[in-house]
Design a protein around this ligand. Sequence first.
Ligand code: PEP
Ligand code: MN
Length: 328
Amino acid sequence: MIILFNSKDEPMIAQLTERFQDQTDVFQNAERLAINGISLSDLTDEEQAAAVEIIEDHPQAIQSSRIFHPEPLTIKTKHSVISNDNFTIMAGPCSVESEAHVMKMAEAAKAAGATVLRGGAFKPRTSPYSFQGLGEDGLRFLKRAADAFEMDVITEVMDETHVALVEKYTDIFPIGARNMQNFSLLKAVGKTNKPVMLKRGLSATIDDLLNAAEYIASEGNHQIILAERGIRTFDNKYTRNTLDVGAVPVLHSLTPYPVIVDPSHAAGHTDLVIPEALAGTAAGADGLIIEIHDDPSHALSDGAQALSPEQLVATCDQARAINKIVEG
Ligand code: PEP
Ligand code: MN
């Protein structure tokens, strides 16, 4: 059983914390104090009366739940507000290919209304013989391009030994789908104070995703964004993965975290990225992350799913219009 109290009730919170914190899990944020593993008989009458909620069957990922954080979380970076009340566009090439190229892509992303520039410098490629990214040079080029257009940087950190390096350049740490359950990496980004965008693993259930988010939250970092980027199903003949649009409202109902849809890795083909971007938006996504390229047939990675700069502008305009209808 988990018992929740209102954090504003300060004397009560102080009393409960002192009594229980050495015995069991006690979690606190600005809204709630949650005590896990106690029963009502452990509490005095006055304490029982102060409880705001008693949960018999509580989720494992308590700190990532709406029970603990009733209000949706807003994540602020220098140039972006990622929340329920704002539709955020993140765009850029799959990989940083050169300084000149990422600069051009930043201009295109900015023109479509993106506030976050994506681009991989360390790439999780399916084959070890495919382009692996430019490493720190790529991070430098990406940061220069983002600064030039007053955008935030989002660039994947693949390994816990790279967290300090990537932190120097990025504003948001994305954890790639293949690393969703790399618990040492999750703990390492959980110790930073930069937002983390956790991408759903290829075969991860929603509870797997929430438990992975909990690894980050349990280290003290609650600035978490969840990304639905398509999962493996029985049929990948026409689409790279299957965009689980239903996951968007489910995640919103279970967690306070903003939810971003990545239609690029879900669809895998340019023509399908556009309708999947719009479907994700209609399902209530708080933003999109989209790959772009001006010469997709020569892209160093994921050219088949890149939108052209013009397609990005048109898609983002449509998505913003849909978001307005959905959010009212
Ligand atoms: C990417 O963003 O280029 C990427 C590899 O994404 P995912 O981890 O979702 O496959
Ligand atoms: Mn990619």
